[in-house]
Design a protein around this ligand. Structure first.
Ligand code: 3EB
Length: 337
């Protein structure tokens, strides 16, 4: 591996005065990720427009007790002793023999992420949010999402991390321009990871989707300060490994919800708590803003009038996918988030 990737960073830490671990905001009006000052909580802006309403949105993760804040290489993080939230944004530099700019930025980001977690002893990654420019564009002979997958999996392998089974829940979406932007939640207690029986594990996708497969599980269940939180990964209209319902956004929305329901059944089969579609918070990534009404109608029909969903204009990682939906939830009997 390259020197830049192997470089080890000093951890610079100090205590915080509040109990917010950090945040992700989504707004197209702030195209560049926010510059972080050493005293601010880790918060990145993702350059995506919210659909249906004029306000932007900020997702905030709460810690408990005394928090510690730190910097490690390009990562800004906070932790409360049991859960760590970090953000990293990396520009793409020049291609080298070691890979394309996006591949190298991704490998470096994940290398820093794993090195930080190793040195602070937060071994388990619960959830990763991955955002990059031009996710469907081909360059250097490879689709950019595949370049990202290559960098990500190489970093998992270099750190001797599992690439199937115990892997974080995740999402990977595109925006029109900006640096690679990644946020993550990690902790000291192993999460439970789940697959979807209707889909093959992403790590076993056939090579037509790239020689290095996407490294994520379909859901993870982790302990945060507010209790158990279920993270359902970005989910799309995929059955087996194939995209279904080409060009039909209503059918893709329905198939995606059938997939989310299948993941929920897996979770409910394996844990004592009960999770329900109506008690999840949804984030819906929409390729064509003009499809918003059709998607809202179909989702409300499927989940019910209590549907809580935020819609964002984004590129989905396969050109034939029109929608991707992720969800987060507490048990049906517990408190809403
Ligand atoms: C899929 O099921 C759709 O590369 O981290 C969903 C969730 C998807 C996570 C990732 C990709 C990722 O393959 C795409």
């Amino acid at each position: 591996m390259r020197d830049t990737v192997l470089r080890h960073h000093a951890v610079l830490e100090h205590p915080c005065n509040d109990d917010v671990l950090g945040a992700l905001s989504y707004s197209a009006d702030r195209p560049e990720s926010l510059a972080l000052n050493a005293l601010e909580m880790p918060c990145l802006n993702v350059s995506m427009r919210r659909l249906g309403v004029d306000t932007s949105i900020c997702e905030v993760w709460q810690g408990s007790g005394q928090l510690t804040q730190g910097r490690y290489g390009d990562i800004h993080y906070r932790h409360d002793g049991s859960v760590l939230y970090g953000v990293i944004t990396l520009p793409e530099t020049d291609a080298t023999d070691d890979g394309t700019p996006l591949q190298q930025a991704t490998e470096s980001a994940y290398h820093q992420l794993f090195s930080l977690l190793d040195s602070l002893r937060f071994p388990y990654v619960f959830r990763v949010w991955n955002y990059m420019a031009d996710i469907n564009v081909h360059s250097f002979g490879l689709e950019r999402y595949q370049q990202f997958n290559q960098g990500r999996q190489d970093a998992f392998l270099a750190h001797e991390r599992d690439v199937i089974g115990n892997v974080p829940a995740a999402c990977a979406l595109g925006f029109s321009q900006g640096a690679l932007t990644i946020a993550f939640l990690a902790g000291r207690i192993a999460p439970l990871c789940f697959e979807n029986p209707r889909q093959i594990s992403s790590s076993l996708y056939p090579p037509q989707y790239g020689l290095r497969s996407p490294t994520f599980s379909r859901a993870s269940l982790a302990t945060l300060s507010q209790g158990e939180v279920l993270f359902i990964s970005g989910t799309a209209s995929i059955v087996g490994h194939a995209t279904v319902h080409h060009g039909d956004v209503v059918a893709q929305t329905r198939e995606t919800m059938i997939n989310i329901e299948a993941v929920l059944s897996e979770v409910n089969r394996q844990v004592i708590c009960r999770y329900e579609l109506s008690s999840l918070n949804y984030k819906v990534y929409v390729r064509s803003p003009a499809d918003l009404r059709l998607i809202q109608t179909e989702l409300t029909r499927y989940v019910g009038d209590s549907l809580r969903a935020v819609y964002l204009h984004a590129d989905v990682c396969r050109h034939d996918l029109l929608i991707e939906i992720e969800a987060t939830g507490m048990p049906a009997t517990g408190q809403g988030m």
